[in-house]
Ligand binder design. Structure first.
Ligand code: ACO
Ligand code: OAA
Length: 383
């Protein structure tokens, strides 16, 4: 950036770091206390004592459901889990090497015109809530059945009595999951559900701020979540842990990585400089899972990386780091880690899209132009 630009725009912040870009009452990140609340409730309480469904209801409706509201919401999600055959036909037509993030992004695109509220105005609050419920209900079905399709297996019919985590695991594997797997996946879905103006949620808000619809916002969000600096980090983190392989390799690996200025995936966060509280919680869950399964080496590798990163760089793991080896211990396919994140985060996307549309102002920031000016046009034949 040139000196003139710095003088002209003293408040310019690359990557919009620290720039307030809107008002929201959905979640509060307290960087100093490393805490996260969804609509005033600590995420730890929701992950430990609640469920993903309660969390999704809280995010889109603004309050914790009563027992009757939760029962109705669960019934509604169960009834809405199935997706039109056209979605599966489109997924089956994608090349075999397609990343499942591209499959789930495409699946939501195909789904949009099938929504009974497709033609409702984008600012119709009640229609948007109904769309949000369908978007949340169908995410796991599309991720799991997309996984079946790419393996040459037929999609399975969702069981309407299943929760979001159960639906995902049952469709993916064709059998009922065990209680521990369900508990860990459900907690991770709760922790992944929402995180303020992160890149993908912000991108979703930008999209709907043009008065575009919720599905377009979700598709934008998924495309933005895919990158390894954001949601894609959970896949990269486990690949790194597997490359390290054994705890006795970890110290030399991290020493070398830091010496060669490698980015350590699953570490660092734009908002948390003292640690991500979700990572503390998820690490505990992942390590307990390792002990239960008799596979403690990933937790040991994690300890060495965490200690070295804290001592030498003052950088701490984000939620993607422990989620990555928890998911590995659960036997989930690595390239589904970010799509599973999507199946959860759509609740946050929808809550933000609705909030944006309820109080809309087009999001259109200013650029700083540093290119050439006033050049004389030369006809192509003379260049
Ligand atoms: C769900 C989520 O999306 S959580 C985030 C998931 N992403 C990752 O895990 C990818 C790895 N992490 C990162 O790339 C970064 O920490 C980000 C993108 C998440 C946050 O980045 P920013 O807030 O822009 O921090 P920034 O990149 O400016 O880092 C500050 C310093 O810490 C270093 N740093 C930050 N993260 C890491 C990391 N993971 N490994 C090594 N060094 C790091 C940077 O190199 C930089 O050092 P420098 O000042 O010497 O240049
Ligand atoms: O907030 C961010 O920058 C990234 C994110 O989505 C999260 O940590 O859950």
């Amino acid at each position: 950036m040139s000196a003139t630009t710095t003088d002209k725009y003293p408040n310019y912040s690359p990557g919009l770091e620290g720039v307030p870009a809107g008002i929201s009452s959905i979640s509060e990140i307290d960087s100093d206390r490393s805490s996260l609340q969804y609509r005033g409730y600590d995420v730890h309480d929701l992950a430990e004592q609640g469920s993903y469904e309660e969390t999704a209801f809280l995010l889109i409706h603004g309050h914790l459901p009563t027992a009757a509201e939760l029962a109705d919401f669960n019934r509604l999600l169960g009834a809405e889990r199935e997706v039109p055959e056209a979605v599966y036909t489109a997924l089956a037509a994608m090349p075999k090497h397609t990343h499942p993030m591209d499959m789930i992004r495409t699946a939501y695109s195909i789904l949009a015109p099938f929504d009974p509220d497709y033609t409702a105005p984008s600012t119709d609050h009640a229609a948007n809530l109904r769309k949000a419920e369908r978007i949340i209900a169908k995410g796991g079905t599309m991720v799991a059945n997309g996984h079946r399709i790419r393996q040459g297996l037929a999609p399975l019919k969702p069981n309407p009595s299943h929760t979001t985590a159960q639906n995902l695991l049952y469709l993916m594997r064709g059998e009922e999951p065990d209680a521990k797997t369900l508990q860990v996946l459900d907690a991770s879905l709760t922790l992944y559900a929402e995180h303020g103006f992160n890149a993908s949620t912000f991108a979703c808000r930008v999209t709907v701020s043009t008065l575009s619809d919720l599905y377009s916002g979700v598709v934008t969000g998924i495309g933005t979540l895919r990158g390894p600096l954001h949601g894609g980090a959970n896949e990269e983190a486990i690949r790194m842990i597997l490359e390290i392989g054994e705890p006795e390799n970890a110290q030399a690996w991290i020493d070398d990585a830091l010496a060669t200025k490698k980015k350590i995936m699953g570490f660092g966060h734009r908002e948390y400089k003292k640690g991500d509280s979700r990572a503390f919680y998820m690490s505990k869950v992942a390590k307990e899972l390792g002990i239960e399964k008799g596979v403690t080496k990933y937790g040991q590798i994690a300890d060495i990386l965490e200690k070295t990163m804290a001592e030498r760089k003052n950088i701490f793991p984000n939620v993607d780091f422990p989620a990555s080896y928890a998911y590995y211990l659960l036997g989930l396919p690595i390239d589904l880690y970010t799509p599973i994140f999507v199946a959860s985060r759509v609740a946050g996307y929808c809550a933000h899209a609705i909030e944006q549309l309820d109080h809309n102002r087009l999001i259109r920031p200013k650029q700083i132009y540093e290119g050439q000016e006033n050049l004389a046009y030369v006809p192509v034949a003379e260049r």
